[in-house]
Design a binder for this molecule. Structure first.
Ligand SMILES: O=C(O)CCC(=O)C(=O)O
Length: 336
């Protein structure tokens, strides 16, 4: 089975030893510089609105709202951290999921200190693919991403299926491995984060890509300087520069020329969204999601993960649990 087939089947893919040793040494030195300069990371606000991240002066506590140490735009601060963006095999995998002509949407480094609890299972908007690069050897229970394999197909948002999304779920796995491993995961799975029960802070880099029909901006558009963006582009082959070129009006064109998927953009926690998600799935599973007018592009809020799958409304509904579903319905009725 090819890497692509495994990614499409499972919704995630572990690529051990992905980073050549010499490059990894350089990346670790860059990471060390970031840790020395910003030992506790940053507090971020709405990056899409251009809000500048604030450097933290004290270590976050496990009980803090943002308990992990985040280094937004890490790869724009240290371009060597974006070296994996130059690798053709990475692009083959990204393209196999979100089509050609995607852009690089988000990148950050994250430190998870001992004692930090789980992040709840959720779904993120359709139309994207992410990977993490492990900067430490991270075994189970050491604060890595967890997810339920196969949950990218025929599943409602996690909130409808679990009475407590913070609790472990049967069959979940952790995206753990050795330093230098890369782990892809789809936003359509149920990802979350495992507890860090070890005595060590573990660090990972995150990279996220979007197809142009699903989103028209990035976290770095208003928060990285043009110098930083130019430096990153200069470190990559010119054929890849398009990943850093944004054009909101083209996204509008892609959306306007396609049938309306806008209502099904993600797995938000509302009942309407689940109904829209079912309609969207019925219209897209088992069919080509290629854009009818713009070659290489996908329909808004789709990925190629569903092209060879069959949607079963029965299977989808079977995942839902009565109590959490009733709670969500009650919140809707009470207007909360
Ligand atoms: O690994 C993590 O910290 C959480 C990953 C995740 O759920 C996400 O990026 O959506």
């Amino acid at each position: 089975m090819t890497l692509q087939e495994r990614l499409h089947r499972d919704g995630y893919l572990h690529v051990p030893g992905a980073v050549p040793q010499e490059l990894f040494g350089e990346m670790l030195r860059a990471v060390q510089r970031l840790k020395e300069q910003y030992p506790y990371g940053f507090l971020t606000e709405d990056m899409y609105a251009g809000k500048t991240a604030i450097q933290r002066t004290v270590a976050p506590k496990p009980t803090d709202f943002t308990a992990t140490m985040i280094y937004p735009n890490a790869g724009f601060l240290e371009p060597v951290l974006l070296a994996p963006l130059a690798w053709p095999w990475v692009h083959e995998l990204v393209e196999s999921v979100i089509g050609k002509d995607y852009y690089f949407s988000n990148t950050w480094m994250q430190g998870v200190s001992p004692g930090i609890g789980r992040m709840g299972f959720h779904k993120d908007p359709r139309g994207s693919l992410s990977f993490t690069l492990l900067l430490d050897d991270i075994g189970p229970g050491m604060g890595s991403t967890c997810l339920v394999p196969g949950s990218h197909l025929n599943t409602p948002p996690a909130d409808f299926c679990m009475s407590d999304t913070q609790q472990p779920y049967p069959g979940e796995i952790e995206l753990s491995g050795k330093a230098g491993d890369i782990l892809f995961f789809s936003a359509e799975t149920w990802p979350g984060r495992a507890v860090n029960a070890s005595d060590k802070t573990t660090y990972r880099l995150f990279y996220n890509f979007y197809n142009r029909s699903s989103k028209n901006t990035t976290t770095w558009e208003k928060t990285a300087s043009s110098d930083q963006v130019e430096k990153v582009k200069a470190s990559l082959p010119s054929s890849l520069h398009r990943m850093f070129e944004l054009d909101a009006s083209f996204t509008d064109q892609l959306r306007a020329a396609a049938f309306n998927h806008i209502d099904a953009r993600d797995g938000l926690r509302s009942f309407e969204n689940v109904l829209a998600d079912i309609r969207h799935s019925q219209r897209t599973y088992g069919k080509s999601v290629s854009h009818p007018k713009h070659s290489g592009h996908l329909l808004p809020y789709t990925t190629r993960l569903t092209e060879n799958a069959r949607f079963s409304t029965f299977k989808y509904l079977q995942h839902m649990r009565p109590l959490p579903t009733l709670k969500i319905m009650a919140r809707k009725l009470l207007g909360r």
